[in-house]
Write a protein that binds this ligand. Structure first.
Ligand code: PLP
Length: 389
């Protein structure tokens, strides 16, 4: 099997697994207890908090462990609307993950939402952002990098505009963290979401950065865990895994990890473009994550391509993982102004540091042969071939 769907999820790193293992066996103490077994769990959490705060260049007390990226996103939005404010307006974008957009919409009609559009590059207009912020805007929430296209928004500039308007700013960095450097000290960000399973920690663990001094109102209420910011007995093993994965990601990024990802992605694209005509990049090539390639193939239905590549042991995605199988044009592609045909012929290839050049070459051969096969069988009316899976 060759796995090129690392924006959907990643394989747990062996060192992460090793770090977690004791906490799934003998080190099972509740971190809130006073005896040594519990104290060791608490110390493990403290270490993970150190690792994650260093990864984001934040202070330890600014890290709140959550169950996933979705919870981090929900908690940031919930907090902005509940922490000592009467403001009821949110500014976001049309390309956010559903963890942001659907959670915000679930609070309508009690709140108003302004959705900023993106251009054909997939990028928001900063003037439009500035004009959209009102006196009653409780929060601006803009994703760092899109999970489907990999396009990065101008987060630093956006955060400064929002700060100047005295408004809270959240960024969903779930698909950016672990691939590019995230420095919370460089931008006036109030809240930032990450999720472990996107950078080789297990599923079911995330974190929310909450800047010291930014108002916060907890989403989960109960015990006083996480300094009162997120109740619930801590998932010690998962937290340890997140900490180790953050440490490893930080090491990779500081030793040219971003460039190494980009070179794998570029090799993949070069191989494909050399052998297939009518292949196109979607969105801005300069502003994307180093690991993500979002391509459209003329006269190819992405659903067909997924079925054939899967038969050959290659894992890739069309649209985001959550909407795979629906066979609907991606809303992200539509937001960028692409037509249905282009959207339905697009696939996402996302590499990780665990991929090898050999795999990249084999994967490109598989994609090339499958695209050619689909084109040769495509009905004259231009519809999908629809292979039996
Ligand atoms: N935000 C983005 C940009 C994502 O890509 C994802 C996951 O696909 C999420 C949020 C949700 O994260 P999780 O799966 O950890 O809940």
């Amino acid at each position: 099997m060759i796995y090129l769907d690392n924006n959907a999820t990643t394989k747990v790193h062996p060192e992460v697994f090793q770090a977690m293992e004791p906490y799934l066996r003998d080190e099972f103490g509740n971190p809130s207890t006073g005896y040594d077994l519990g104290k060791r769990s608490n110390e493990a959490i403290n270490k993970a908090r150190e690792q994650v705060s260093s990864f984001l260049n934040a202070n330890e007390e600014e890290i709140v462990f959550t169950s996933c990226g979705t919870e981090s996103d929900n908690a940031a939005i919930y907090s902005a609307l509940n922490a000592k404010t009467e403001k009821r307006h949110i500014v976001t974008t049309s390309v956010e993950h559903s963890a942001v957009i659907l959670f915000a919409k679930s609070m309508m009609p009690n709140i108003e939402i302004t959705e900023l559009g993106v251009n054909s590059d997939g990028v928001i207009d900063l003037n439009e952002l500035e004009n959209a912020i009102r006196k009653d805007t409780a929060l601006v929430t803009i994703m760092w990098a899109n999970n489907e296209t990999g396009i990065c928004q101008p987060i630093h500039e956006a955060a400064k505009i929002v700060q100047a308007k005295n408004t809270l700013f959240h960024t969903d960095a779930v698909n950016a963290a672990g691939k590019i450097n995230i420095d919370t000290n460089k931008s006036p960000i109030d809240f930032l979401s990450i999720s472990g399973h996107k950078f080789h920690a297990p599923k079911g663990i995330g974190a929310l950065f909450v800047r010291s001094g930014s108002p916060f109102s907890p989403f989960l209420i109960g015990g006083g865990q996480e300094n009162g910011k997120r109740a619930g007995t801590e998932a010690v093993a998962q937290i340890v895994g997140l900490g180790k994965a953050a440490e490893l990601a930080q090491q990779r990024i500081s030793s040219n990890g971003t460039e190494k990802l980009a070179s794998l992605r570029d090799r993949l694209e070069k191989n494909i473009f050399k052998k297939i005509e009518g292949a196109h990049h979607n969105g801005c090539q300069k502003r994307r994550l180093p690991n993500t390639s979002h391509l459209s193939f003329e006269n190819v239905d992405a659903g067909d391509l997924l079925i054939l590549t899967n038969e050959k042991g290659l894992c890739i995605a069309s649209g985001s993982a959550c909407s795979t199988g629906k066979r609907e044009p991606s809303r992200i592609m539509k937001a960028m102004g692409y037509d249905d045909e282009r959207a339905m012929s697009s696939v996402r290839l996302s590499v990780s540091s665990m991929n090898t050049e050999k795999e990249i070459d084999e994967a490109s051969e598989i994609i090339v042969s499958c695209v050619k096969k689909i084109r040769s069988l495509r009905p004259k009316d231009g519809g999908p071939v629809i292979f039996a899976s």
